[in-house]
Design a protein around this ligand. Sequence first.
Ligand code: PEP
Ligand code: MN
Length: 337
Amino acid sequence: MIIILKENPNTEELANLKNMIEGVGVSIKTVEGKHKNILGLIGDTSVIDIETIKAYDIVENVQRIQDPFKAANRKFHPENTIVKVEDLAIGGNKVQIIAGPCSVENEDQIIETAIAVKAAGATMLRGGAFKPRTSPYAFQGLHADGIELLLKAKKATGLPIVTEIMSMGHLDIFSDVDIIQVGARNMQNFELLKELGHSKKPILLKRGLANTLEELLMSAEYIMAGGNSNVMLCERGIRTFEPKTRNTLDISAIPLLKQLSHLPIVVDPSHAAGITSLVEPLSLASIAAGADALIIEVHNCPKKALSDGAQSLTPEQFDGIMKNIKKHVEFMGKTIG
Ligand code: PEP
Ligand code: MN
């Protein structure tokens, strides 16, 4: 971090600023210019808040040179993180295909869908028990009963389960869940992220609807700073001016996140597009861009779905796209499962 000082700074304020910086273990190298001086900060500046420094009248500008995220940063952890879920690995040369309905609705629906996605080659089962809906009058999920049904589907198929948490008060109910999803709307629910940092569960962290990659990485940092390094980053489309798709899949996020971070990348083409016909091309593009996993909505009867029917594939459609997904995964020198 560098701090550019205004001309002729007040000496008392300068001493206060330096004391504050050195007080957190960061050392200072002063570069004297003809008119202005620059303070070069050496050490771990992630603990320093830029806004606090800007609050000093003597400061003209402050610039970060290093990324504010450390634990998630590839610079300090060059090798890929591989998240283990039972005998499956997310990251490295394995690709996982997570499939299932948007919401768990009843026992027949989740078991039938789970059996169908497994037969088509899915390696994990998704299904929401707590649903973040725009309308309070829309179906909100079956809550604890939904998780019980997911566990039954896991027993029937052997597929590990992924489901979304919306409140830290519910953590107890998630004890048998294999991967806890933090949805787009909760990406910056910092108290929830901190709580998940104390757990050892793999966390699938979705990018917020209008969040930058740095904000996504800072949210991952919240979980990792608490001691949980089993974090996967999920690109699920961001809100843009284009109304023809539900969101816009940010393909460049995949290789960029790979450069910036060692964490595995999951892509959700279903929420990105909002349309079934785009799920296959977006899945293939994501695999080509380096995704470590896909999370795809599949419903045994999309017309009857209580949420996200328009973007949910039928089991037959999913079976169809899996053939091409498998080819693309192999082309990338990876394997599913
Ligand atoms: C979901 O996975 O069903 C979901 C609500 O996703 P997102 O948080 O990405 O909107
Ligand atoms: Mn959904």
